[in-house]
Write a protein that binds this ligand. Structure first.
Ligand code: MN
Length: 484
């Protein structure tokens, strides 16, 4: 069977993620690191590395690198050297990139991921600091390539994993965790489409059970999680086909064509760069002390996994709810404010996962731009808990008006005449009416067809125009039918 050849193999993937740090200035000089701007306006002689200029290390970038290192349980290095990685390219004005070679600021560490309910640990080799290159633009001028150097020198961290990833889905889960972490830490906006997070995947295949690694493809510069998954899945098939056809695998650099969904060879190992790394002579080492690390630690926000555990342990939420809410930092912040206003934690999470998320989707906005305050949601929960309304009426009739007008939920309910009645006398009257209307059904109920209870309750609700408290109605109908 031809399909069978694939099931004997496993894919082995290591990921390199470049994340642009959201500092104000560049990695080694004071030029603006802001995204955008007219081409070549964030560029001084320092960004260009003109002779006689001297780089300086951006202290904020060190702090951010330490933060991501602590968040991923890395060892933080005390003595940090920088190195020159030499290569010639139009968007690299200095002719070299200042990076870290032998002394990455973070080593070891790991990121836990969950894929289809299975939890795995992806170990990290290193996280180092470096600078970005400029941008070559090939699609504006028909004859020339244009160069924008605004990005040249913008600080990056490069997060390098061990070859621990075993599927495209696992790679996506890993990237998603990194994106969450950098966003919670506030060190990078995590937008892959805009290029502030980019991923290279080193992909090889081997027979299941084997321990040696085969030569790998290095698929460069992917700017969506989905494309990383697609590239891995494409390479899995391509490499197995090649191996089974007796081809000799070579290490090579490939690019991913997102339109065709294929990877294409760019260069093989024989043409690999020799970067001639050597210590950057213009930068002294940066020393990080235990005291400094401890200080950074005290300024770290709660991380998504910590927060998720807290929602489960302290507030008794199911893991599913806790995960969805902590997926996005701003959502968790909104939820925290809601938790401060209600004791009904499960109802709070139901409101977030249901009506609130639906409303955001419907209006195409994010929680940051949501006009309804957490205290209004808390008020709705309170009204339901007090029997003034029920979830169905609150979510389908009061909430939409709340979203539009921002008015007090109780006022809205009053104005729309939606308040539920807990007036036992009124409800009892309606129950009598219904019982008189269905004598046969009453007899059936009494002879054992208890399922008919819903019919009576439904009729009473209808007569009350939906205003009878359904819980109370249920109770009163059952009592009435048992006793008379
Ligand atoms: Mn790099």
């Amino acid at each position: 069977m031809s399909d069978d050849k694939y099931s004997k193999y496993e894919v082995v993937v290591g990921l390199e993620v470049h994340a642009q740090l959201s500092t104000h200035s560049k990695m080694y000089c004071g030029d603006s690191a802001e995204f955008g701007g007219s081409p070549n306006t964030h560029v001084s002689v320092l960004s260009l590395g003109h002779p006689g200029t001297l780089p300086m290390v951006n202290e904020k970038a060190i702090e951010y690198a330490v933060k991501i290192g602590l968040a991923t349980s890395c060892n933080i290095r005390y003595e940090n050297q920088f190195a020159r990685k030499n290569y010639f390219y139009a968007d690299l004005p200095k002719g070299y990139q200042i990076t870290q070679d032998k002394t990455p600021i973070c080593t070891g560490g790991f990121i836990n991921v969950e894929t289809n309910g299975v939890k795995t640990k992806i170990n990290l080799t290193r996280i180092h600091m470096e600078e970005d290159a400029g941008k070559s633009i090939h699609d504006i001028d028909p004859y020339f390539t244009l160069v924008d150097l605004n990005r040249a020198g913008v600080p990056l961290i490069e997060i390098v994993s061990e070859p621990d990833v075993r599927s495209g889905d696992e790679a996506m889960a890993y990237l998603n965790e990194i994106q969450k972490l950098v966003r919670y830490l506030g060190i990078c906006d995590g937008n892959m489409e805009e290029g502030s997070m980019r991923c290279d995947a080193n992909i090889s295949v081997r027979l299941k059970g084997a321990t040696a690694l085969n030569p790998r493809s290095e698929v460069k510069n992917m700017n969506s999680m989905r494309n990383v998954k697609r590239a891995i899945e494409f390479e899995f098939i391509r490499q197995i086909d090649a191996l089974e056809a007796g081809e000799k695998m070579v290490q090579e650099t490939r690019g991913f064509d997102a339109v065709k969904g294929v990877t294409l060879s760019q260069r093989s190992k024989e043409h690999a760069h020799d970067y001639r790394y050597f210590p950057e002579p213009d930068l002294p080492p940066v020393y990080v002390t235990d005291e400094y690390i401890a200080n950074v630690k005290t300024h770290m926000p709660k991380l998504p996994n910590q927060l998720k555990q807290e929602y489960m342990d302290v507030f008794g939420l199911p893991e599913y709810d806790a995960r969805i809410i902590t997926d996005e930092k701003e959502m968790a912040e909104y939820f925290n404010r809601l938790l401060a206003e209600t004791k009904n934690y499960k109802a709070a999470s139901n409101w977030i996962l249901g009506p609130v998320k639906n409303s955001l989707n419907e209006h195409g906005i994010v929680i940051k731009d949501f006009k309804v305050s957490p205290s209004s949601i808390a008020k709705l929960i309170e009204m339901i808990d007090e029997g003034k309304t029920n979830f169905s009426v609150a979510s389908s009739q009061i909430f939409p008006v709340l979203v539009e007008t921002g008015k007090d939920p109780l006022k809205i309910a009053e104005e729309l005449n939606l308040l539920q009645s807990s007036d036992e006398g009124m409800i009892a009257g309606l129950i009598d009416e219904v019982i008189a209307k269905y004598p046969e059904k009453v007899a059936e109920y009494r002879s054992g067809k208890k399922g008919l209870l819903g019919l009576f309750v439904g009729e009473v609700m209808k007569l009350s125009k939906g205003k009878a408290d359904p819980k109370l109605t249920n109770k009163l109908v059952a009592e009435k039918l048992e006793t008379t």
